[in-house]
Structure formats: structure tokens, C-alpha cells
Design a protein around this ligand. Structure first.
Ligand code: GTP
Ligand code: MG
Length: 610
């Protein structure tokens, strides 16, 4: 057997925020592929605008560095469970992985998910206990629980023989023994060269699996993936094999390999390397590109099922068409179906009506990112409350379940367990430390998580972190009734004024500033009572001739509660919608007029989570 000793392919995997992208920064900076005077910034791989804004990785991405003459192809992956599909998509490109574990948090639910996945694909793991600079780090315990995790997940004894390094990705240092003082990241580089197997050379006709697609306005679609067999050159005639087995013939235009943040155009790329090629037009992630002489398909990428669904429809509010560039059903359909070629864990189908679509994803955030991207591209549409995807198995209704981990203060345990028990959650574990911190673990139906996030943040006053991960289907636990209060609804169309909003504030919280355009049925606040009430926020104070010494004192409004897109999606009930445009995120009742609302029109989705 021959190997390419000049290459290593590694994926960096971990739970969210354990420091993957920061570690890639350190690997890039210290591999000296940048000139000394070049400033690089932080979290360089989180290059997408939403990633930078949110400080999380959303898409898996490739880079490469050279260390001691060996090219290390690095794949940075997201750690948030909603983007698990991104890990599944790219993991097969690698021969080894760096499993990062935060030295305070220890292994978390997503650590288990990504490790199980990496082991399934036979990746050689290197454990990196990260953030050892943190004052509260518990290196010994974290290492023990990581070893336990391996014992549980390993499928062969050799998977238990993994090296462990201790790192501060932020400081750019790694050491081989705890307690050693680190000076740079080279121990990790050395470990990668030593322990990650080099790719095996498979000679024969060219064959690659497409793990990612990019788009360039000049070059067109760019297919990215690992070459599994043979070599590829510019102008090679190739065939791509899609999910349904159909073949499409084309010619490679350019071939690139990775170095740092750049792609280098090359005359030849060989087996084992990760390449980007242009010219292969009609292609999706998961497809095989092969030489025409031997068009054999590679195993398709396995992607987990979506668990949450929402309806996307054209905007039907009275303000429809005013703010978006793309507003028609045709445009909405085209955009949603286009997303499928890269967003592998997403599903789209035409819903019951001609102008709405059922979009299924791996969680609320997965769908919210799609919505936010579309809104920024100029789309205008409306979305429903998300629902868990139930299914019938042998005549029994089954629903998705999640493991939920909450890290917070002991003083919030009472209120959280009460809120969660109403949502059919069962506590499975609780552990304290000496400083008033607690970790709670629950099993909870996905339906119980929907609409919980905002209540969670309020209940813990922002001092809580919640993580959830899909664990499988179980028989339906029963309806989860929303205990949100009623909403304050605008009574008529117009411009909201201070006086009107002040009236509304007598009833509860408001969401809008004076000067906001509103329409009848638009949600402008949260009532302090269970029922919805309509309020005329456009109403001016009556002018009188009588002078009063107090009447003209300026009204001081409480600042409005401004909701983000994710918060709005989490907030609405089954008979409400979020209206999304490039400029605004509005919430509304489905029935807009008072007459319709009072008729008790109620559109409860089939999962009965309203
Ligand atoms: N103290 C300390 N903080 C770190 C270290 N490494 C990363 N961080 C911080 O942890 C946070 C998350 O880091 P990221 O690199 O974005 O984590 P990630 O694993 O890429 O996160 P996702 O891609 O969203 O899953 C950032 O605020 C980093 O500055 C470290 O070694 N020590
Ligand atoms: Mg990241």
C-alpha cells in the first residue's frame, strides 16, 4: 500500500464554543504562510457575515497549512447541534480529527455526537483539552470524562489509543503534559504529522466526492471535495453522478488546491488531496465526479433527518410588496429549492396551498439562519411557528426527543424545573459545584423546546446556557400548551404615536417605537393577561381648549422590547406569523381583522404545540 506522506487531512470537531475556529487561527498564524507584516484578525474562518455577527460557525470550511513540508488540509466545523449536517457533510474528507474539549465544560452532548460520527468514519482522533488558561479549568476530571466517552463510543480497541494535548487556542500554545508551560502550537502540529494517517494512494481513473459547493460570478459553480482515486487536470472530461443516478457530462475547467485562505490554481491534483474544481455545472453536494472511462459512484453522504418544520409563504400582510425585491411565489420557490444543493439537512416541499412551502430543518436556528440570509438577499415572505416533525410508526404517533443541558445558577433550578415539567421534560441528572453553579440535564420532546428559549433567558436573567441535541423518536407525550400571555394587537392601520403606545404600555410590554407603521392585526406588544387585546396605538391625544398645568408634560415611554428574528420565531403562537422583509421583522395574527379574530379563528398546527 502506498501513502501520500506529503499530506494530512484533519477535521476539527467539538461542542459549540469549545474553541475550534480559534485553534484554526493559531494553526494558520503559526504555520508562517502569512507574511510577518500581514495582520490576520480573529476567527478568520468565520468569514460569512452572519458567522461574524453571531460569533458562531455556521458552515464547515476548508483551509490548509504547510508544516515541515507536509500540507495539512484542515476542515473547521460548526459545533452547534442545529448545524450537525455540516459535520456529516465534510467528515469523510478527513483521515483524522482534533476533538476539542473545553477544560471547564468537559464533554457536552455535541462532543458525543461529533465523536461518534468521527469514529464511525474511522477517523484517527487526537484529543485537545482546550482553554487550559481558564482559571476554573478542571483538566483531570475533563480528561477522565473524555476517556469515559471514548470507552462508550469506540467500536474497536485501537480507537482507545488516542493522544491527548493540552492547549490554549487563544494563546496559541499546546503542551503534551498538563502543567507544562506552552510556547507555541508546534506540539499539536507534530502530533498531527505523527498520528494522523496519511491518505492512501488509489491509482486508477479519477473519482471525487463533492462535499461542498461554492459559487463565483466568473467561474460559476465550484465543486469542493476529496480526490479518492486517480488524478484530475484542467480540461479532463468528467461525468457527475447525482442522487438519482443520473449522469451529466462536462469538462473540468480549473483545478485548485488549498493554501491558507487562498485557493491555488494547479495543473494537477492527486489522490488524497482536497480540491476545488470548476466547469462541472450541474452538481450537488454528495454527488460523485468521476472520469468518463469509469463512472463509479462513491457512497453518498449520510445526513440525519430534520426534526423541525415551518411554513414559508408569500407575504400576505397589508404591507406586502413594499420592502422586498423578491416577493412572488415563483421567486420564493426557486430560492428555497436552490438552497437544497448545499444545505443538505434541509428539506423543502410544496405545502397544501399554491403559495406556501413546508421547510424542514435540524432546529430553530438552522431555519432562522436560512430566513435571515434570504431576508438580506432581498426576499420578503412570512413564516409560521415552527413545529416538531412527528411521524407515524406502525400506527403510533412518534415525536422527536432531545437531550437538553442547562448550565446556570442553583437559584434558578426551581423555576426552570417547573417551566420544563409543563413542557413534558424529565430531569435525568443534576450536578452542582461549590460556587453556586449547576448543570441540569433533561429529556424533552422537541415540541417542548419550541417557544422555551425566551422564557429561559428571562427566568435565568441571561445567566444560563442551554444546549439541546436530537436523540431519537419516542411515542408522542401529549400536547404542550403554550403558557405565553396574550398579545397587544394594533387596532387599525396608521403610524403609531407616543400617546397610543403609552396607552398600550398600561397593558403590558410594547415592541414598537413611535413613528412605526402598523396595520390592523399586527402584534405590537405582550399583554400581561392571557387574552389578546386590540389597542389603537395610532390614537393622538384629544385636543382640548382647557389648559391644565400637567397635561403637557411629555409622556415618557418605557423603551420597547426589540426582538431578533430568532426571538420572534420563538415567541409566536400557532395562530400568528412572522413577516420577514429586508427592512423589518413584524409579528402578526393570522386573522388580521377584529371580526375574524373574534370569530375564534384558530389555526393550530398539526403538532398541537400552540
Ligand atoms: N480562555 C480561552 N478562551 C478561548 C480559547 N479558545 C477559544 N476561546 C474563546 O471561546 C469562544 C469561542 O471560540 P470559537 O473558536 O469561536 O469556538 P468554536 O468551537 O469555533 O465555536 P463554534 O464554531 O460556534 O462551534 C471565543 O470567545 C474564544 O475567544 C482558549 O484557549 N482560552
Ligand atoms: Mg467555530
Amino acid at each position: 500500500m502506498e501513502y501520500r506522506y506529503d499530506i494530512r487531512n484533519i477535521a476539527i470537531i467539538a461542542h459549540v464554543d469549545h474553541g475550534k475556529t480559534t485553534l484554526v487561527d493559531a494553526l494558520l498564524k503559526q504555520s508562517k504562510i502569512f507574511r510577518d507584516n500581514q495582520t490576520m484578525g480573529e476567527l478568520i474562518m468565520d468569514s460569512n457575515t452572519l458567522e461574524r455577527e453571531k460569533g458562531i460557525t455556521i458552515m464547515s470550511k476548508n483551509t490548509a497549512v504547510i508544516y515541515r513540508g507536509v500540507k495539512i488540509n484542515i476542515i473547521d466545523t460548526p459545533g452547534h447541534a442545529d448545524f450537525s449536517g455540516e459535520v456529516e457533510r465534510v467528515i469523510s474528507m478527513a483521515d483524522g480529527c482534533l476533538l476539542l474539549v473545553d477544560s471547564v465544560d468537559g464533554p457536552m452532548p455535541q462532543t458525543r455526537f461529533v465523536l461518534r460520527h468521527a469514529l464511525k468514519y474511522g477517523l484517527k482522533p487526537i484529543v485537545v483539552i482546550n482553554k487550559i488558561d481558564r482559571k476554573t479549568s478542571r483538566i483531570k476530571e475533563v480528561l477522565e470524562s473524555t476517556q469515559d466517552l471514548f470507552l462508550e463510543l469506540a467500536t474497536s480497541p485501537d480507537q482507545l489509543d488516542f493522544p491527548v494535548l493540552y492547549a490554549s487556542a487563544k494563546a496559541g500554545t499546546a503542551v503534551t503534559e498538563p502543567g507544562m508551560v506552552g510556547k507555541d502550537i508546534s506540539p499539536l502540529f507534530d502530533c498531527i504529522l505523527e498520528r494522523v494517517p496519511p491518505p492512501r494512494i488509489e491509482s486508477g481513473p479519477f473519482q471525487m466526492l463533492v462535499s461542498n459547493l461554492d459559487y463565483d460570478s466568473h467561474k460559476g459553480k465550484i465543486a469542493i471535495g476529496r480526490v479518492w482515486r486517480g488524478k484530475v487536470h484542467p480540461h479532463d472530461p468528467v461525468v457527475s453522478i447525482s442522487a438519482d443516478g443520473s449522469l451529466s457530462y462536462s469538462e473540468v475547467n480549473q483545478v485548485f488546491t488549498y493554501l491558507g485562505l487562498k485557493r491555488l490554481e494547479v495543473d494537477e491534483a492527486d489522490t488524497g488531496d482536497i480540491v476545488a474544481i470548476t466547469g462541472v455545472g450541474d452538481i450537488g453536494v454528495g454527488d460523485t465526479i468521476a472520469s468518463r472511462e469509469s463512472p463509479e459512484v462513491l457512497p453518498r453522504i449520510e445526513i440525519g433527518e430534520p426534526t423541525v418544520e415551518m411554513t414559508f409563504s408569500i407575504n400576505t400582510s397589508p404591507f406586502a410588496g413594499r420592502e422586498g425585491r423578491f416577493v412572488t411565489t415563483r421567486q420564493l420557490r426557486e430560492r428555497l429549492y436552490r438552497e437544497l444543493s448545499t444545505n443538505l439537512s434541509l428539506r423543502v416541499q410544496d405545502a397544501g396551498t399554491s403559495d406556501s412551502f413546508l421547510v424542514k430543518g435540524r432546529g430553530e436556528l438552522h431555519l432562522a439562519i436560512l430566513i435571515e440570509n434570504m431576508r438580506r438577499e432581498g426576499y420578503e415572505f412570512e413564516v409560521s411557528k415552527p413545529g416538531a416533525i412527528t411521524k407515524l410508526v406502525n400506527g403510533q404517533l412518534m415525536e422527536p426527543m432531545e437531550a437538553m443541558t442547562i448550565d446556570t445558577k442553583v437559584k434558578y433550578v426551581g423555576v426552570l424545573t417547573e417551566m420544563l415539567s409543563k413542557r413534558q421534560a424529565q430531569m435525568t441528572n443534576m450536578c452542582h459545584d461549590d460556587s453556586g453553579n449547576v448543570r441540569l440535564e433533561f429529556r424533552i420532546p422537541t415540541a417542548g423546546i419550541i417557544g422555551f428559549r425566551s422564557g429561559f433567558l428571562t427566568a435565568t436573567r441571561g445567566d444560563g446556557i442551554m444546549n439541546t441535541i436530537f436523540i431519537g423518536y419516542e411515542p408522542w407525550h401529549g400536547a404542550i400548551v403554550s403558557n405565553r400571555s396574550g398579545v397587544l394587537v394594533a387596532a387599525e392601520e396608521g403610524v403609531a404615536v407616543t400617546y397610543g403606545i403609552n396607552n398600550a404600555q398600561g397593558r403590558g410590554f410594547t415592541f414598537i417605537d413611535p413613528g412605526t407603521l402598523v396595520y390592523e392585526g399586527m402584534i405590537i406588544g405582550l399583554n400581561s393577561r392571557p387574552k389578546d387585546i386590540a389597542i389603537n396605538v395610532c390614537k393622538e391625544k384629544k385636543k382640548t381648549n382647557v389648559r391644565s398645568s400637567t397635561a403637557d408634560i411629555a409622556i415618557k415611554l418605557v423603551p420597547p422590547v426589540k426582538m431578533s428574528l430568532e426571538q420572534a420565531i420563538d415567541f409566536i403562537n400557532g395562530d400568528e406569523l412572522v413577516e420577514v422583509t429586508p427592512q423589518n421583522i413584524r409579528m402578526r395574527k393570522k386573522p388580521l381583522s377584529r371580526a375574524q379574530r373574534s370569530r375564534g379563528y384558530l389555526a393550530v398546527p398539526k403538532n398541537v404545540t400552540a
